[in-house]
Design a protein around this ligand. Structure first.
Ligand SMILES: CC(C)(COP(=O)(O)OP(=O)(O)OC[C@H]1O[C@@H](n2cnc3c(N)ncnc32)[C@H](O)[C@@H]1OP(=O)(O)O)[C@@H](O)C(=O)NCCC(=O)NCCSC(=O)C(=O)O
Length: 399
C-alpha cells in the first residue's frame, strides 16, 4: 500500500469565504494535501484577488493565499447554485465559511440544512463576534477583533495611541484556531460514531485567547495592562535598541545565565557579578538602569559588530529584518522559507515557504492561486452535471 504523501490527503474542504480569515484556514489545509474547492462569486470572485500589489491585474497575495485550491464560480443568490453547494456538501468533510452570521442561513445553507445532508460534516464558521451573543449580526474585520480582543490596547507606546501590528494578525490567528478546531472535530468524528459539529471562531476571541495573564491580573489585583512599547515590564531585559548605523536589533537577555553572559561579553563584570541581578525580579527592579547600559552599548556598535558579539556570547538576538534581509538570510534559505514558482505568463515568482515542517509528510505548493472559475467545469462534471446543463448555468449567470 502506498501511504499518502501529505497528511490531509483525502480530506475534502469546501471554502465559502473571502479575504483572509476563512481563506487562510483553507490555504493551510490545501498546503497539507486537502482537496479544497473555493466557491467564488462569478462577479469578480474573492476581493483578495485585487488586494495590495497587482501583477497583470491579479494580486500577488492571491497567488499564495489560494495556492493548491480549486476555484468554482457560483452565484449563491441563484437556487441552482445552492443545489450545487448541497451536492458538494454531501461529499465534503469540512466547510469553512467567513460570512457575517446569518448570511448562509438567508441563502438556505444553515447548519441544520447542511448537517442533515451530511451528518459527518464539520462546519467551521469564522465571524467578527461569534455565532451567538448580542453582537453576532455585526460585520467585523480583523482590525475590529484586534481592538475588542485586547491586542490594540496593549500595542504601542504609552504616550501614543494604540497601533496596528503591521499585518492582519487577528484574521490570521483566527484562521489558525479554525484549522485547530477543524482537526479536533475530525478526530472526534473518527472516534465517536462519525458525527460532525460546528467550530465557531470569533475574531475577537481568537485574539483574546492570546492575551496571556490579562484576565487573572485584573481580577486578582485590579491591574490593567497598558502599552509599554518594546519592553516587557516584569521580564527584563528584553527590548529593541538602535545601533550606531541606525539599525534596530532585538536583544532578549531575560534569562539568568544569558544576562550574565551578555554583561561579561560587553565588559560589565560588575553587573554580571552583582548578586541583586541574578534573577528576573532583581533585574526588573533596576530596569531603567539596565536599559540605559544596553542602549548605550548598542549605540556604540554598528549592526554587524553588535550581532557578532551577541552571537558569540549566545545571547538571543536578531536584527529587525526587512523583507530584503529575508531574501539573503542563510537560515531562511537553508529551510526553504523563500520558495520559487512560475506565474502563468512564465515570470519567476518568489513566495513564502510552508509552515510547519512535517518530517515525513510535509506540505508543498502544487499550483498557484487559480484564475476565477478555472475548475468550475471539472467540478460540475464530477457531480454528473451534463455539458448542456453547464452551458445553461453559464447563460443563466449561475456560474
Ligand atoms: C468581511 C465582512 C465584514 C464583509 O461584510 P459585508 O460586505 O456586509 O458582507 P456579508 O458577509 O455580510 O455578506 C456578503 C453578501 O454577499 C453575498 N455573497 C457572498 N458570496 C456570494 C456569491 N458567491 N454569490 C452571490 N452572493 C454572494 C452574501 O449572500 C451577502 O449578501 P446579502 O446578505 O444579500 O448582503 C463580513 O463578511 C464579516 O463580518 N465576516 C466575518 C468576519 C470576517 O471574516 N472578517 C474578516 C475579513 S478580512 C479582514 O478582516 C481584514 O482584512 O482585516
Amino acid at each position: 500500500m502506498t501511504l499518502p504523501t501529505k497528511p490531509l490527503a483525502g480530506v475534502k474542504v469546501l471554502e465559502l469565504g473571502t479575504l483572509i480569515a476563512g481563506p487562510f484556514a483553507a490555504r493551510i489545509c490545501a498546503e497539507f494535501g486537502a482537496d479544497v474547492i473555493k466557491v467564488e462569486s462569478p462577479d469578480g470572485g474573492d476581493p483578495l484577488r485585487k488586494w495590495r500589489k497587482l501583477y497583470e491585474g491579479t494580486s500577488l497575495w492571491w497567488f499564495v493565499q489560494a495556492r493548491n485550491k480549486q476555484s468554482l464560480t457560483l452565484n449563491l443568490k441563484k437556487p441552482e447554485a445552492i443545489e450545487i453547494v448541497k451536492k458538494l456538501v454531501a461529499q465534503t468533510d469540512i466547510v469553512i465559511e467567513n460570512f457575517r452570521p446569518g448570511v448562509l442561513e438567508k441563502l438556505g445553507l444553515s447548519w441544520d440544512v447542511l448537517s442533515a445532508i451530511n451528518p459527518g460534516l464539520v462546519m467551521v464558521r469564522l465571524s467578527g463576534f461569534g455565532q451567538t451573543g448580542p453582537y453576532k449580526d455585526q460585520p467585523g474585520f480583523g482590525a475590529v477583533g484586534e481592538s475588542m480582543g485586547g491586542l490594540r490596547y496593549v500595542t504601542g507606546f504609552p504616550d501614543r495611541p494604540p497601533v496596528r501590528t503591521g499585518i492582519s494578525i487577528g484574521d490570521s490567528i483566527a484562521a489558525l484556531w479554525a484549522v485547530i478546531g477543524a482537526l479536533m472535530a475530525l478526530r472526534h468524528r473518527e472516534v465517536n460514531g462519525g458525527k460532525g459539529q460546528v467550530v465557531d471562531v470569533a475574531l475577537y476571541e481568537a485574539v483574546f485567547a492570546m492575551m496571556e495573564s490579562l484576565i487573572p491580573e485584573f481580577d486578582m489585583m485590579g491591574f490593567i495592562r497598558e502599552r509599554t512599547g518594546n519592553i516587557m515590564p516584569g521580564i527584563t531585559p528584553s527590548s529593541i535598541h538602535t545601533t550606531q548605523d541606525g539599525k534596530h536589533i532585538q536583544i532578549g537577555a531575560n534569562g539568568d545565565a544569558i544576562f550574565k553572559r551578555f554583561m561579561q561579553a560587553i565588559g560589565r563584570h560588575d553587573l554580571a557579578d552583582d548578586p541583586a541581578l541574578t534573577d528576573n525580579a532583581g533585574r526588573d527592579q533596576r530596569r531603567d538602569e539596565l536599559y540605559q547600559v544596553i542602549d548605550s552599548w548598542v549605540a556604540g556598535q554598528n549592526e554587524a559588530q553588535a550581532m557578532a558579539l551577541l552571537n558569540r556570547a549566545e545571547v538571543p538576538a536578531s536584527r529587525v529584518y526587512s523583507v530584503e534581509d529575508m531574501f539573503h538570510d542563510p537560515q531562511y534559505l537553508a529551510r526553504e522559507m523563500i520558495q520559487h514558482a512560475t506565474l502563468p505568463d512564465g515570470k519567476s515568482f518568489k513566495m513564502p515557504g510552508i509552515v510547519p515542517k512535517l518530517s515525513d509528510t510535509p506540505g508543498s505548493t502544487e499550483w498557484l492561486g487559480p484564475e476565477l472559475g478555472a475548475h468550475t467545469e471539472s467540478i460540475l462534471t464530477s457531480l454528473d452535471i451534463a455539458p448542456e446543463l453547464i452551458e445553461a448555468l453559464k447563460t443563466k449567470g449561475v456560474i
